[in-house]
Ligand binder design. Sequence first.
Ligand code: FMN
Length: 210
Amino acid sequence: MDRRDFLLSTGIILVSASAYSFGNSIKPLIEGKSEKIALVYGTRYGATEDTAKWIAKGIGSNVDVLNIETIDLDETIHKYDKFIIGSGIWIDGAHKRLMELLSTYKEQIQPKIIASFIVCGTTGEDDAGKVRIEGYFERFHKPLDVKPSLKRHFGGRMIIEKLSDKDRKLLDNFYRNVLKKEFASWDRTKPEDAEKFGIELFASTKALSS
Ligand SMILES: Cc1cc2nc3c(=O)[nH]c(=O)nc-3n(C[C@H](O)[C@H](O)[C@H](O)COP(=O)(O)O)c2cc1C
């Protein structure tokens, strides 16, 4: 009887095999190899960054909050298993570099996107607002063939003293001549709404991985 037959006859290989498979099943837990989520956001004045952090708080652990302006796109796309993308909306749409990420890396990122969000001034309280917000999402998702199944819009903020000269002049003109409203600062951010979205996302990623 050689060593293998001996081990088989004593059942040791069987025990080792089940220990091996148990080892494999707990490996991701030990090595922390559970799926890595990146929440990539584009901001100009900070409301989208705050919103991204509140969403991440709702998700809990295992999510890296990344500013699109400071990351290496190629490295990021390969490093993460799932993506949440979010952008502020300015007159010319979502953040340019985020749009570049979606178009340049479409094939790689599309299957990994689990949700998207926008932060804007439009409230969605009336039909015209809802249509406008849908339009922002359409433009944001334009590079993608498969649209993210979960999306949400959040209120942003506009603080006149913080605007660049160019943006202040542009908005001043827009408020006066188009909206015919007083040009005044506003803040419609709601941390609790963003955190709630994060909790929903956490539940949906659990459902996806179980
Ligand atoms: C120059 C400028 C243009 C904007 N244009 C729009 C717009 O077209 N539609 C809208 O709903 N909100 C608009 N907003 C409001 C922004 O979406 C809001 O300020 C948001 O908080 C921006 O995100 P950020 O704070 O992360 O930069 C605009 C704001 C600025 C400063």
